[in-house]
Ligand binder design. Structure first.
Ligand code: PXP
Length: 242
C-alpha cells in the first residue's frame, strides 16, 4: 500500500460526455466511479452543470450510492442546483462559476464580486452538514474572502498553469500557486488544486507538499480509453505519491 501524502479526487464527467455524444445509455459514470475507487482514488467528483450536458441527476444519485469513498459534487450557486445538493447531501460540495457556452470551467469563483450570493449558497449547504469547498484563483484577496465566509476548504484553479505556453509563464504560475497555497495553509484551510492537470504537468504540482488534494478528470478519463479506468487512476496515484 502506497503511503498517501496527497489525495486524489477523480472527476468522472467525461464518462458521461462519451455517453451523451451518442445519446446512448452507456458508458455509465457510476461504473466509472466504482472502477476509479478500485484504482485507489480518495474521492469521486462530478459536476452537475446547469445545462446537464454530461452528468444528470440520476448519475449523481447512482454514483453516490455506489462508492464507499466520499463524493464531491461540483456545482454552481444556481438555486435549483443548491436545492438538489441539499437533498442529496454529498460529503463535499465544490462551488464553481459556470457559463453556459464555456467548454469547461473557466477561472475560479470571484468571491470579491459575488460575495453575498456565494455566501448565501455556502450557508445553505453548511446548514445541512455538507463540507463546502470554493474553487478560486490562487490570489490572496480571494482567500481572504473565503475565510470571511467561514469555509474550511479551498481548491486552487490550476487552469492558468496548465495552459501556460512558455517556461517563464509556467514558472510564474507555479510561484503564484505556491504563495497562495502557503497563505491558505497559514489561514488554516484544507488546500486542494485542480483543472487541466495531466500525467506530465502534475509532476511540478506534487512538489508543492502543502497541497492536500488534487482533483483531476479529463486526462484520467482520456488515458482510460487506452488502459482502462483502474490503471489510469493507478498511474496517477503513483505519480502523486512518488
Ligand atoms: N476541479 C474543478 C473545480 C473543476 O471544475 C474541474 C473540471 O470539471 C476539475 C477540477 C477537473 O479538471 P480537468 O477535467 O481539467 O482535470
Amino acid at each position: 500500500m502506497i503511503r498517501k501524502e496527497m489525495k486524489l479526487g477523480v472527476n468522472v464527467d467525461h464518462v458521461a460526455t462519451l455517453r451523451e455524444a451518442r445519446k446512448t445509455d452507456y458508458p455509465d459514470p457510476a461504473l466509472g466511479a466504482l472502477l476509479a475507487e478500485y484504482g485507489g482514488c480518495d474521492s469521486v467528483v462530478a459536476h452537475l452543470r446547469e445545462d446537464r450536458r454530461h452528468i444528470k441527476e440520476e448519475d449523481i444519485i447512482l454514483i453516490k450510492g455506489a462508492i464507499k469513498i466520499p463524493f464531491n459534487l461540483e456545482m454552481s450557486i444556481n438555486k435549483d442546483i443548491v436545492s438538489f445538493a441539499v437533498n442529496l447531501k454529498p460529503q463535499k460540495a465544490t462551488l464553481v462559476p459556470e457559463k453556459r457556452k464555456e467548454l469547461t470551467t473557466e477561472g475560479g469563483v470571484d468571491l470579491v464580486t459575488h460575495y453575498t450570493r456565494v455566501k448565501k449558497a455556502v450557508e445553505r449547504l453548511k446548514k445541512e452538514g455538507i463540507e463546502v469547498s470554493l474553487f478560486i484563483d490562487p490570489v490572496k484577496s480571494q482567500i481572504v474572502k473565503a475565510k470571511n465566509m467561514g469555509v474550511e476548504v479551498v481548491e486552487f484553479n490550476t487552469g492558468r498553469y496548465s495552459e501556460s505556453k512558455t517556461k517563464t509563464e509556467r514558472d510564474k504560475e507555479i510561484e503564484k500557486l505556491k504563495q497562495a497555497v502557503c497563505y491558505a495553509k497559514e489561514q488554516g484551510f484544507f488546500v486542494a488544486a485542480g483543472h487541466g492537470l495531466e500525467y506530465e504537468n502534475v509532476k511540478d504540482i506534487v512538489k508543492i507538499k502543502e497541497i492536500e488534494e488534487l482533483n483531476i478528470g479529463h486526462s484520467i478519463i482520456s488515458q482510460a480509453v487506452f488502459v482502462g479506468i483502474v490503471q489510469a487512476v493507478e498511474e496517477m496515484v503513483e505519480l502523486i505519491n512518488k
